[in-house]
Design a protein around this ligand. Structure first.
Ligand code: NAP
Length: 283
């Protein structure tokens, strides 16, 4: 039976460490890190996400504000707010909650954020299989790597299978695994023989968005299984991409859904803000 990787508990430990650092750095540098989240429109799920991000930032003693803009906001109005935050020296992290309303060009908005304040890590991942030096990696992929490391598993030299090649999770997490010297396979909807490939993987990261795509018989005994997917099962309950009960019978370590990658993603956003702050105050 696998050991459960408790993302909630690991995140709680990280928050305690980061709170101590925020206090220490605040005294050293005369100000605390600042995270600013912009939300345009009334999407209820997005409202919950931004609220959770603000709570997490405040929990560690950061300065944090959610800037709420109406659905009717023009692209230029949004770009003006971003420009203001870019110019404000007390702002270390800027996050525009996605999706933005259809009349706003998402890519233009992402490109407008100062790369040194881009806590979502979009800029850091631009340009292929590398994380740009001096910039942060995206939160969910970073969370996956952190969770693997907490198991004491050495990533170097291992065969890591990433299922899903999405821009937000699959591709960037494959890059981070490569940077950790894993041998990486990326599977997607056209992949043949997923089971055969999965059975040779020491690490499986599932980032697809399909309940129970990864069945127990696809898991190599002792493998580390990180489940990024968020789905609603037939019973209406939240579940991941992995058939948890069956996979847990064979895996060495496994993340649950909920309570695995999700809580760690927000913790990594706070870590990214701290990293951006440190890079700026140490300039
Ligand atoms: P995405 O961009 O839509 O990517 C999904 C990927 O899955 C695509 O590359 C697709 O392949 C692949 N795929 C679809 N069916 C497949 C199959 N049968 N076998 C193998 N691969 C298959 O999605 P995403 O944004 O990366 O998100 C993936 C999941 O992670 C979603 O459930 C999302 O809610 C969740 N998520 C969770 C967090 C968190 O904090 N826990 C954060 C972000 C996302 P093709 O490219 O060939 O179409």
């Amino acid at each position: 039976m696998a050991q459960i990787i408790d993302g909630k508990a690991i995140a709680a430990g990280l928050y305690a460490e980061m709170a101590a650092k925020v206090e220490e750095y605040g005294n050293t540098y005369g100000r605390r890190p600042g995270l600013y989240v912009i939300i345009v429109g009334e999407d209820p799920a997005s409202q919950v996400y931004v609220r959770n991000k603000e709570i997490a930032a405040k929990k560690v003693g950061m300065v944090s504000e959610v800037i709420r803009m109406p659905e009717s906001t023009t692209q230029q109005e949004l770009l003006d707010v971003i420009a203001k935050l870019n110019a404000d020296n007390t702002v270390d992290g800027i996050l525009v909650q996605l999706p933005v309303p259809k009349h706003i060009d998402k890519d233009a908005v992402i490109a407008a954020v100062d790369p040194h304040k881009d806590v979502d890590g979009f800029f850091g991942m631009k340009g292929g299989f590398t994380v740009k030096k001096g910039y942060v990696a995206p939160c969910t992929p970073r969370a996956c790597i952190h969770l693997i490391k907490t198991t004491g598993t050495e990533i170097e030299g291992k065969h890591a299978l990433v299922v899903g090649r999405g821009e937000l999770v699959g591709k960037p997490v494959a890059t981070l695994l490569l940077n950790e010297n894993a041998t990486v396979t990326i599977a997607h909807s056209r992949t043949r023989n997923l089971k055969e490939i999965a059975l040779t993987a020491d690490i499986i990261i599932a980032a697809v968005g399909r309940a129970h795509l990864i069945t127990g018989d696809m898991v190599k005994p002792g493998a580390v299984v990180i489940d990024v997917g968020i789905n609603r099962g037939e019973d209406g309950k939240l579940c991941g991409d992995v058939d948890f009960a069956a996979a847990a019978d064979r895996a060495g370590y496994i993340t649950p859904v909920p309570g695995g990658v999700g809580p760690m993603t927000i913790a990594m956003l706070i870590q990214n803000t701290l990293d951006c702050y440190l890079a700026r105050v140490n300039k």
